[in-house]
Design a protein around this ligand. Structure first.
Ligand code: NI
Length: 171
């Protein structure tokens, strides 16, 4: 495993649609492992491959607490197959938009279909923070960021801040 650099706003790659993987081969597993190590080091609870500069439809998630056993979830080509009408609000953040947090409303429950680390097709019913996290990560695969759900004023402000920081060479 190796630690990879996480790209941040305003990197245009974050707006790109990631391409599906043809299966979970050795290269995809290596990428999964790098993503997981990078996410744990950050630390974060979810990471999409595009955030380490690889626009492929791969996601890692681990909601376990620091003192708990780690329970990583590996998802290749994840797809939401159904979503509840009921919404839940959670305060979201993103490793590609450091130090910015906002409440976002998303479907409370989702069913997701994906290939696991062994390449087996799986379906998972998720609720609570896991449902939010899965939706946030799948959004990354479609070039969508959680700031797209906040007011234009707040979004413009945070984008401006990152563009400015980049110009000053602080990122
Ligand atoms: Ni994110």
């Amino acid at each position: 495993m190796s630690l990879r650099e996480i790209i941040t706003l305003p990197d245009p790659l974050l707006r790109q649609t990631s391409r599906p993987v043809s299966g979970v081969d050795k290269a995809a597993r290596k990428l999964f492992d790098d993503m997981l190590e990078t996410m744990y080091a950050a630390p974060g609870i979810g990471l999409a491959a595009v955030q380490i500069g690889v626009p492929q439809r791969l996601v890692v998630i681990d909601l376990s607490k620091e003192d708990e056993e780690r329970k990583p979830l590996f998802m290749a080509n994840p797809e939401i197959v159904s979503a509840s009408e009921a919404l839940s609000d959670y305060e979201e953040g993103c490793l590609s938009i450091p130090e910015f947090y906002e409440m976002v409303a998303r479907p409370s429950e989702v069913k997701v279909r994906y290939l696991d680390r062994q390449g087996e097709a799986r379906e998972l019913a998720a609720s609570g923070i896991l449902a939010t996290c899965i939706q946030h990560e799948i959004d990354h695969l479609n070039g969508v960021l959680f700031i797209d759900y906040v007011s234009k004023l707040k979004r413009d402000r945070v984008i401006k801040k990152f563009v400015k920081a980049q110009k000053l060479g602080k990122l």
